[in-house]
Design a protein around this ligand. Sequence first.
Ligand SMILES: [Zn+2]
Length: 216
Amino acid sequence: MCLKNSSIQTKYSKRVSSPLSLLSVPVAFTGLNQVRIGKKKMRPAEHLILGTVTSVALYPMLGALGSATFLTGSVLVDIDHYLDFIYHNRFTDFSFGNMFRYHGAIEKLLNRPEMLNVEIFHTVEFMLPLYALFYYLQSPVLGALFYGILFHIGLDMVSLLRRGLFFKRCNSITEYLIRRKFMARRGLVPAAVYFDALRIINEKKLGADKWHAKRS
Ligand SMILES: [Zn+2]
């Protein structure tokens, strides 16, 4: 995701190493010095590396099950990007490859004024009940899951902030619905971005005619 603001881009386009890169010797061996939260989107591999290092660091406190759950939460929360893809294609395409192509296409449309994103497992409406459940049941596993997801969301936020895209993603479904309503008054429809991303990947694959016949 990148904004077309040259000053922001210049400011943040430099390579930014992981906070853990301060630990230069061990980090060099783990390859963490290659992890960056900078100009480009946080990729699943970067979430996996940072989640693994953090869960290993938390092992003395969380134990094996807790650490594994923390890591699982910190990586698998992005499954909502897949739900986003199948929702917008009206449950007609379940291909993981196309899901990655779809999100790749969205990356190139992020500067559009109607771009507004919400991912269900990255929202307050998902996290608060999860925390309440953890608190009520006093379940260490649910706690590890909650903090793993929170860790992931924190990394996403840092990445979005660095790329000048923080306000393109809503952290709440309520926020999304309200902002979408205000955008509609200005004639802006966020769904148009998702439709165009699907059109771009499908026109390449099927050709324009077949794609439009499929959608109609
Ligand atoms: Zn994410």
